[in-house]
Design a protein around this ligand. Structure first.
Ligand code: ADP
Ligand code: MG
Length: 360
């Protein structure tokens, strides 16, 4: 197992002053780690992955596989296994022929090929499917064939670009669990690309959240969820309420803020937040931590319900709290009374221990 290092990697497709597609990205994927690039469409995920694969060379910066500098190494010299959204399987070949492809290219003997293909199909739970044609398989099975084909060459790194995008919701969840199981068993250092934050959270050891070619934050799913580095990450991961509130007191890692409708609350802030009395703090509150209370409750934030959404697990209530903050606050609660409806006046309480100050 090897680690993969990106050091100040940038990619510009044009010579003009246009923004870089990937802008000064530095990160290390630990040996055996499942690492995800997460961000909205166009933020540079695929371009980053293609530089790791060798399909693009960086405009600046360096990429290392372990001790080896691979920045300008041809793709076929890198030993990477690739899995794409559209499978990229050969439809006219059997499952076994597809999986064997990389071994044939590498001139592995017939006997070894047969043994390794059988083993790879076992690993992805497709024993006995070797003679099937690709078009006889479901989308999820095809994606597992693609995974077997990528892993059979025992690659140094596994690179996956939105491999679940063509699958329907239920199959997507099943297949993501399968991919993670197979990756764990093979122990291959993996770089995964997705725009789907739930998928990234469920699968990854660590996530790099990207925006406009730049890394916003790198952390475990729990870190990026509970301690988002900035307002973008807070809104992109899960569904945060981000309120602009006047600062009434500031310490190293605690910031007191005034709430709309009276009352004060202390939020946790990252070291070096740089806020002082009179500044405006951005305070992130997760919908599941906001509490719906009576509008008569002292110091409650008061507002009008603009939406009620029953999701099964919880009910999402959106409340317009007017000027002074960002307008809307969404509450996700398990026990919302049936009588709460659009147009109602309600109160909200923000539990201090759950509030987190984010950078703009
Ligand atoms: P993502 O995978 O996150 O959706 P991409 O890496 O595909 O984003 O694209 C990042 C940016 O680079 C986008 O603005 C895209 O238009 C641009 N881009 C990607 N590939 C090329 C290319 N081959 N030539 C020119 N621009 C490109
Ligand atoms: Mg992409």
């Amino acid at each position: 197992m090897i680690d993969v290092k990106l050091e100040s990697v940038s990619k510009r497709f044009t010579r003009s002053g246009e923004a870089a597609a990937v802008d000064d990205v530095t990160l290390t994927i630990a040996a055996g780690e499942f690492f995800t690039l997460l961000g909205p469409s166009g933020c540079g995920k695929t371009t980053t992955l293609r530089m790791v694969a060798g399909f693009y060379f960086p405009t600046a910066g360096h990429i290392h596989f372990g001790e080896q500098d691979v920045t300008r190494l041809a793709p076929n010299k890198r030993d990477t296994g690739m899995v794409f959204q559209n499978y990229a399987l050969f439809p006219h070949m059997s499952v076994a022929q597809n999986v064997a492809y990389g071994l044939k290219v590498r001139k592995v003997s017939r006997a070894d090929t047969a043994r390794r293909v059988a083993q790879a199909l076992t690993e992805v739970h497709l024993d006995g499917y070797g003679t099937r044609r690709i078009d006889e398989l479901s989308g999820g099975q095809q994606q597992r064939v693609a995974l077997a084909r990528a892993l059979v060459i025992r690659p140094r790194t596994l690179l996956l670009d939105e491999p679940l995008s063509n699958l329907d919701a239920k199959l997507r969840e099943e297949t993501r669990t399968e991919i993670r199981r197979i990756q764990r068993e093979s122990g291959t250092t993996s770089l995964y690309v997705t725009h789907d934050q739930a998928e990234a959270m469920a699968m990854s050891d660590r996530i790099a959240v990207m925006r406009s070619g730049q890394v916003q934050q790198i952390g475990t799913p729990r870190e990026v969820y509970h301690e988002p580095a900035n307002a973008f990450v807070a809104r992109f991961i899960g569904r945060s309420n981000v309120l602009s509130l006047p600062v009434t007191s500031a310490e190293a890692t605690r910031v007191g803020v005034a709430l709309p409708g009276g009352g004060r609350v202390t939020a946790t802030a990252p070291d070096g937040h740089g806020l002082g009395e009179g500044d405006t703090a951005l305070v992130a509150a997760r919908p599941e931590h906001v509490v719906l209370v009576s509008p008569e409750e002292p110091d409650a934030i008061r507002g009008t319900v603009t939406g009620v959404e029953f999701t099964g697990m919880a009910t999402h209530v959106t409340v317009d709290i007017g000027a002074g903050a960002d307008g809307d606050v969404t509450v996700a609660a398990v026990d919302v009374p049936d009588r709460v409806d659009v147009g109602d006046r309600v109160g909200l309480r923000l539990p201090a221990e759950r509030l987190w100050v984010v950078r703009p």
